[in-house]
Design a protein around this ligand. Structure first.
Ligand code: ADP
Length: 544
């Protein structure tokens, strides 16, 4: 017997329609590439979304299934593209400008983008690719006539002129909710980037998921500042979730540095921030330097890499902000877990709470998790056994775009995240390491993440990386690379003495190297492959 409720498809256009209808006066504030702060409302945004949808259809014939690329910061015009493109049934391909030029060329051609919308900052990228993007018919520069740059791009169109004379009403089509809505490529530390093709349904369900009180808890009383970029995994889904509930949006544009963020926070009073640890480090350092406290920030969401305990503590004690540890990946839209408390944790000491917050937390409903050994056998959820973290659910991918022939899921339909984790009896997961980064010393495993987190707890350490390097006796041993804080007088012995108070003795790095910088991926993660290439024989060479 079938249920008798309406078959309303879960689509993206209704998110902005609803925001305009019920939260029409709520603001979207953007720092722009051109400089000034721009502010308007959901009602204004919806009018312009419809103008853009009309322009895409009438000027370029964009419709169901066409790919439209964007190369843009977090800002109101990019936001308009999110809804105009997907709402029309076309696919929004957000391009990460931090990828290598060859990778950008590869993904534009792999996606077969027909039109690309580009911020002023990134025009030079497309200029370099002139003649190498055969499917691209037009480039739209996200600015007005007064700020149009001199460009060698043929077919460059001014965004404001493109939409100016278009009608501010557009009948967004209703279609199957499993239709593709958006496309994001992984940063691919090896090989070509791989495309993850989200659907309307997956994005709407993900939005419900992240608004829930035990996940990011986004509500109509909030103002949300996504520092995480709209060019990578849809800024963790916040541009969809905020209009869903009517939360104010604050977009940082190109200013992701400590002073830029601190100023925006002071001006716009966001209640929820979202970003990766390196961004928060820069913000905290700047606030320390100027002796300022953030006011009114309820939650700072952190993910993408592990949040060190020192950071959790600092947010809480200096700024009264709960650092909400989240975990996910491009392949999961991206949010998989969030570390919020259960009733039984409320009475814990502050110290015990901090410890708990270092875990990545519980699965958001919609995501199912398990850990297995290398043969695919389930491991117990006891907080001790660790294994391959696998997930499944309506916002987890089942195949990569145009690689549909490859078998990605295991026999039971689970996706292997490539992370090694524990899960405890309360369902809280803890990332031990990426499976390719874990250090195999003798028969035992050492977590490079735990060692890094311990190292950055030292007040003289600015950033730290730990890699496994070849060792004659133990197969691999940990090597620690440290960027010291300016003016610090840290030496190897001092570092090791400190670590000895933090980790078991056999985990202690065999050597410590002080460096000026560490390599990062396009999404801000430590590029350990590069470090292994450079230092892989450090200990064997030294011994020999
Ligand atoms: P890419 O850089 O390829 O785009 P993602 O942005 O999808 O990759 O990153 C996904 C990976 O980032 C996860 O599989 C995990 O290893 C790591 N990650 C994400 N959040 C956390 C976290 N809170 N703690 C530790 N690692 C994390």
């Amino acid at each position: 017997m079938r249920g008798q409720m309406m078959d309303t498809p879960l689509l993206i256009a209704p998110l902005i329609e609803t925001a305009a209808k019920f939260h029409g006066d709520v603001e979207i504030v953007s720092r722009t590439c051109e400089g000034p702060i721009h502010r308007y409302t959901y009602a204004d945004a919806y009018s312009r979304v419809q103008q853009l949808a009309n322009a895409l259809a009438s000027r370029f014939g964009i419709g169901m299934g066409d790919r439209v690329g964007t190369l843009a910061w977090n800002g109101y015009r990019h936001f308009e593209a999110y809804f105009a493109v997907s709402g029309s049934g076309a696919v929004l391909h957000t391009i990460n400008p931090r990828l290598f030029l060859e990778q950008i060329e590869y993904i534009i051609n792999h996606a077969e983008d027909r039109v690309i919308l580009v911020d002023l900052t990134f025009v030079p990228i497309l200029e370099k690719l002139a003649g190498k993007m055969p499917t691209v018919e037009a480039v739209v520069i996200l600015t007005d006539r007064a700020n149009m740059p001199e460009t060698t791009l043929v077919n460059a169109i001014c965004y404001e002129e493109l939409i100016a004379d278009q009608p501010a009403s557009f009948d967004f089509p209703r279609f199957d909710e499993n239709t593709a809505s958006s496309l994001c490529y992984t940063s691919g530390t090896t090989g070509n980037p791989k495309g993850v093709l989200y659907s309307h349904r997956s994005n709407v369900l993900h939005s419900y998921g992240i608004c829930m009180a035990d996940s990011l808890a986004v509500s109509a009383t909030d103002a949300v500042l996504p520092v995480v970029p709209m060019f990578h995994v849809n800024a963790w889904g916040l541009p969809y979730a905020c209009p869903m509930v009517g939360a104010k949006l604050v977009f940082p544009g190109p200013r992701l540095d400590g002073p830029g963020l601190a100023e925006l926070i002071e001006m716009e009073r966001p209640t929820i921030l979202a970003g990766v640890p390196t961004v928060w480090l820069a913000l905290l350092n700047h606030l320390d330097e100027i002796g300022r406290k953030m006011e009114g920030v309820r939650i700072a969401v952190v993910g993408g890499s592990a949040a060190p305990e020192a950071m959790i503590r600092k947010f809480q004690e200096k700024h009264g902000t709960f650092l909400l540890h989240a975990w996910g990946m491009t392949e999961m839209s991206p949010v998989g877990t969030t570390c919020t408390f259960k009733a039984k944790h409320l009475g814990l000491s502050q110290e015990a709470k901090y410890k708990l917050q270092t875990k990545i937390g519980k699965a958001v409903y919609g995501v199912d998790m398990r850990i297995t050994d290398s043969d695919g056998n389930n491991l117990p959820h006891d907080g001790v056994a660790f294994g391959h973290l696998k997930v499944r659910g309506p916002w987890v991918l089942k195949t990569y775009y145009r690689r549909e022939d490859e078998t990605l899921l295991d026999d039971d339909g689970w996706f292997d995240t490539g992370d090694i984790a524990t899960i405890d009896a309360d369902g809280y997961a803890q990332i031990v390491d990426r499976s390719k980064d874990v250090i195999k010393s003798g028969g035992e495993w050492i977590s490079s993440i735990d060692l890094e987190n311990a190292a950055v707890g030292h007040p003289d350490v600015k950033e730290a990386a730990v890699i496994g390097v070849a060792h004659d006796k133990w197969q691999e041993r940990p090597l620690l690379l440290v960027i010291p804080r300016e003016g610090a007088t840290l030496d190897k012995q001092g570092m090791l003495d400190y670590l000895e108070t933090q980790v078991v003795k056999w985990w202690l790095p065999d050597d410590v190297i002080f460096v000026d910088e560490l390599p990062h991926t396009a999404t801000g993660k430590l590029l350990k492959m590069k470090l292994r290439e450079a230092y892989g024989d450090w200990l064997t060479k030294k011994a020999g």
